[in-house]
Design a protein around this ligand. Structure first.
Ligand code: WQD
Length: 334
């Protein structure tokens, strides 16, 4: 089967391409390399001994996207491509609405024109806003607190409407919690340019002494140690969740939503202490003010994905901390 992966050279996309190739799917990647590098392709090949087909194009370019579908008989699409920095989306909402919505609408129009009926969409737990209770189930109320999250929610609504109008379509929406870690080989991982927004990439920069200390955004939340609690899931587990979703998608029509999380929440200080222990490093930190828009705690009820997809995260927080650091140690010279 031929699977088109948009954003396939990105952090989650590249790990998913590895799992797809390992499961004998043919992979075609569309990516404009705005937030990833072409070197990822050779790393995917090094891991799997298979080279995905790659097109460096912008998903908003409808003619080019149509050409790709005409050149390759695409059986299903996994749609990762999109801007994802929460802070940037607040300061530049138009960039996010234009890119994330236009690219998705272009993809959906072409899929309809060529009768490609299977879509897996990369959504985010951010669509739950501030959850009314924990753990979070898929039927909880949805709300967003930043333009990035709102683009995800808007796309979910667009997909819902399409599933009502097109009885042939099969849409699976995956709501990721907090993906961290990296492939055991150390060839793929997360190393954003500039000062990282997210916790794990920041901790790693402190571990390598590129940054002097971690700012802990508040220790006065209603959590076991006052710092923010999140459901961290290993990116390889997350990638494997897409294989399970693809298997379901092939024999399914309609739309379904699944949380991809572990069901366990860890605080900022839990992560710091675990990272220090497994990597034998010190992570100095300072308690500072809360980050605007942050919620106290967020973790998944993973039951539905387990019951309906047969998906269960296997890696623990120690693996995530070890693998995150291993990637940077293996690629520090770059
Ligand atoms: C985790 C915890 C912070 C940095 C975001 C997006 C979400 C998804 C994942 C795309 C929080 C604390 C963080 C730091 C800190 N992205 N923290 N110091 O905010 O849960 O989710 O990334 O889909 O959509 O919202 O992740 O890693 O930024 O923060 O104390 O320097 O770490 O307050 O409690 P978040 P995060």
């Amino acid at each position: 089967m031929n699977i088109l992966v948009t954003g396939g050279t990105g952090f989650i996309g590249s790990h998913t391409c590895v799992e797809l190739l390992n499961n004998n799917y043919n992979v075609i990647i569309i990516d404009n390399l705005s937030n990833s590098s072409i070197e990822v392709l050779e790393k995917i090949e090094k891991i799997t001994s298979k080279k995905p087909k790659f097109y460096k194009i912008d998903l908003c370019d409808k003619e080019k996207v149509k050409e790709i579908f005409n050149e390759n008989k695409i059986d299903a699409v996994i749609h990762f491509a999109g801007y994802k920095a929460v802070g940037e989306s607040v300061s530049n909402p138009l960039k996010y609405y234009r890119n994330n919505l236009d690219s998705t609408l272009t993809l959906l129009e072409v899929m309809k024109e060529v009768n490609c009926h299977n879509l897996i969409f990369s959504s985010s737990a951010t669509v739950y806003g501030t959850p009314k209770e924990l753990p979070i189930k898929e039927d909880f109320p949805l709300s967003t607190t930043n333009p990035y999250g709102t683009t995800k929610l808007m796309i979910e609504r667009i997909l819902k409407d399409i599933s009502i109008s097109d009885k042939e379509i099969s849409i699976i929406i995956l709501r990721y919690f907090n993906p961290i870690g990296s492939h055991k080989s150390g060839l793929l991982g997360e190393n954003p340019s500039g000062i990282p927004n997210n916790l794990m990439p920041y901790i790693v920069r402190v571990a390598t002494k590129e940054l002097p200390f971690l700012n802990v955004f508040g220790n006065d939340y209603d959590t076991h140690d006052g710092t923010g609690v999140r459901d961290y899931i290993h990116v390889v587990d997350l990638a494997k969740g897409h294989i399970k979703a693809l298997e379901k998608s092939i024999n399914f029509k309609g739309i379904e939503y699944y949380n991809l999380g572990t069901g366990t929440g860890y605080s900022v200080l839990d992560l710091v202490k675990t990272f220090e222990k497994v990597n034998n490093v010190k992570i100095p930190y300072k308690i500072v003010n809360r980050r605007p828009g942050d919620i106290a705690a967020c973790f998944a009820d993973p039951t539905k994905a387990y019951k309906e997809l047969g998906f269960k995260a296997e890696y623990g927080i120690e693996d995530m901390c070890k693998d995150s650091y291993n990637y940077i140690l293996k690629n520090k010279s770059n």
